[in-house]
Design a protein around this ligand. Sequence first.
Ligand code: 2HG
Ligand code: ZN
Length: 458
Amino acid sequence: MSTDKFIKKIEKQLPGKVFTDKEDIFCYGFDASSTEGVPSAVIRPSSTTEVSEIASLAFETGTRLVPRGGGTGMTGGAVPMKNTVVLSFEGMNRIIDIDHKNMIAAVEPGVINQHLQDMLEEKNLFYPPDPASMKFCTLGGNVAENAGGPRAVKYGVTKDYVLGLETVLPDGRVLNTGGITYKGVVGYDLTRLMVGSEGTLGIITKIFLKALPLPEEIATLLCTFSVLDDAAQAISAITSSSIIPRTLEFMDHESISAVENYRTFGLPLDSEALLLIEVDGPHSVVSRDAEKIASLCSSFNGRISVADDMFSKQRLWEARRAISPALYYLKPTKINEDIVVPRGNIPGMLRSLRNISEKYGLLIASFGHAGDGNIHVNIMTDKKNKDEYQRANDALKDIFRSTLDMGGTISGEHGVGLTKKQYIGMELSETSISIMKSIKNIFDPNGILNPGKIFPDD
Ligand code: 2HG
Ligand code: ZN
């Protein structure tokens, strides 16, 4: 049976939930990467039962499905390949339960990350993973991509908070993994396997998340540097000190000026780099740690200012979160990477990026979660300028090589999706890739779930 027949049948089974008009489905063809596609249809289910019905029919008819959250992914994970049907989760956006006694939240996949944060904060609870897109991205997407964010340096990433999952398999069966306990070692950890599987193994329909107590106090420091290498040395000094900051974000000069050019936030344009650092905890600990961090930064010639009211804190974070959109005002094509190196190698990596930018004559803006070694390297170019675009792609390979030579990884939080699949062989051995493919085959023998992602084309 063709996709058309599947669509006709599912329209009858789920009236009002299947969309095929061009104007209804157009915006489901993109994410925040430079890839795009057009789905054959978009379905918006409202329950696990409906997802299971869709998957069963898709399995029977060989129809290919692409699960999709907020579409904020950076590697094309939710971008539909040709002849695929998008499953979109706007209709499954309930916070099912906040269980304060057990410090657990149960949510549907379409819940926006920020909504859960707000709801928990009202109860003095805290969900740390905070991707820059937290106002728009969904928790289902966060789980599928194992999203991180600035607070990962102290609190870890999404996988550290997922206790259990309900998932619909590509043949329609419902699989429950993990649960609502903080520990559990019965059998293989299928929950962890699902987290970060980029929608290729199962369709997430319910998530059980761990919550923490809300930290009592947060101090926010801005530290600016006239010399890039001083900032890099300060990062290394902080990460090898006795303090674990809540965030340790880095912006190079190109990122600072891109953001200031986009909106005036008041960031210092004469700096080569800045660090946005937060520490949290009880009052006495916060003031002690903030002082120690300030003195570490000063010893590398950093100039410190403290954001002491809510307005200035928010403005700094808005500036930080504005980098990605701001970069598009520099050049139309943003080759966006999220390499990670062992943290002591940050100074070496930043030097290597500068050399690569000079070698290829390219504008490279770097920023990100320096505290956990995760740098967002953005090569700004224009696809239409064939010569420059070729140089950008050659530079990219040099960046990956240099990252891997330093013991790093080519992706810390954005995943592989479409944009990085041709490079996974640089990092993973043939044995790893073949085991991963076998796992995919067990879950999805017909290859109908999020086809074309992660693995290089044969
Ligand atoms: C961030 O931390 C996101 O802001 C986006 O992960 C990174 O645009 C980027 O390169
Ligand atoms: Zn990031």
